[in-house]
Design a binder for this molecule. Structure first.
Ligand code: UTP
Length: 291
């Protein structure tokens, strides 16, 4: 595969039930909950676009029409705003809908993240693509969201190694059991060659990263919601059997892909804000207040 060709396609899974955020997610997708005056997914789309993705596939479900409405044009409303002299507001609505080509696919049953990515196979075809979890923001050191640095780092790792890549961040030992955790070796500052991936490991099975200084870290390194895959991921997803919780685990297919092709890890530039529950949403609103 020609690794110098720019990666233009991004997939954003947004079909999950959001059970950690019930009861509001019974009627409102968690990806549409507000951080400031914009929904969470607005920032994730801007991040993909900032990294150079021009083709965005949103994986949705039957109750998520509001996501499609948000990224669609609204000519009547735009006309009303322009008639009232509110040109800037109208221009912003046009910009949101025109910043990329938006496509949608429905996940028929919520069978897990691996199954959500599997729904993208026809649209993606035989190309590498970025995957951004639509319920997670990445902010830089100044707490600015929507920058493409994490995905850009994955693209650079792919261009250099030809391997799929995942953003990883350090987690304390006592929190490792909550995440997908990786093991491997640091090859250059913040760049890892991975050799192990385990979803929500117990303390005994948690893999380790060997750092450049020759020592393992006391804690672990966990997936940080941003990925870049070669299209071979679909061959492995096709064979992945339901794992923990009866869901198709993306981590299982990633581990098989790693064994076949190799896999890079990139230290997440910035910080991850998981909006999967009320505490995460409150923290994001607190950090981004006033933007
Ligand atoms: P999560 O596991 O955080 O979402 O998946 P969830 O399943 O909706 O949340 P809980 O655990 O029930 O509270 C991360 C992203 O993957 C999507 C979600 O919408 C979220 O953006 N996802 C998850 C799917 O698209 N399909 C699925 O079957 C599961």
């Amino acid at each position: 595969m020609n690794t110098s060709r720019p990666i233009r396609k991004a997939v954003l899974p947004a079909a999950g039930f959001g059970t950690r955020f019930l009861p509001i997610t019974k009627a409102i997708p968690k990806e549409m909950l507000p951080v400031g005056d914009k929904p969470v997914i607005h920032y994730v789309v801007e991040e993909a676009v900032a990294a150079g993705c021009t083709d965005i596939l949103l994986v949705v479900s039957r109750d998520k029409a509001s996501i499609q409405d948000y990224f669609d044009r609204a000519p009547e409303l735009e006309g009303r705003l322009r008639a009232a002299g509110k040109e800037a507001q109208a221009d912003e609505l046009v910009r949101i809908a025109s910043q990329a080509r938006f496509h949608y696919v429905r996940q028929p049953e919520m069978k897990g993240l691996g199954d959500a990515v599997w729904q993208a196979r026809d649209h993606v075809g035989d190309e590498p693509f970025a995957l951004l979890l639509a319920d997670t923001l990445i902010v830089d050191r100044a707490h600015q969201p929507g920058r493409g640095d994490a995905v850009a780092a994955l693209m650079a790792a792919y261009a250099q190694t030809g391997h799929s890549a995942v953003a990883v961040e350090p987690v304390a030992a006592e929190r490792i059991h909550r995440y997908g955790v990786v093991g491997g070796r640091e090859e250059a500052e913040g760049r890892f060659a991975l050799n192990c991936m385990v979803e929500k490991p117990g303390p005994a099975e948690a893999p380790r990263i060997l750092r450049l200084n020759g020592r393992p870290d006391p804690g672990g390194w966990a997936f940080a919601a941003r990925y870049l895959f070669t299209p071979r991921i679909f061959a492995h997803l096709a064979r992945t059997q339901p794992g923990k919780n009866g869901e198709i685990q993306l981590t299982d297919a990633m581990a098989a892909l790693m064994a076949e092709e190799g896999f890079a890890g990139c230290r997440l530039p910035g910080r991850r804000l998981d909006i999967g529950d009320a505490a995460g949403l409150l923290e994001a609103n607190h950090l981004l207040a006033g933007r």
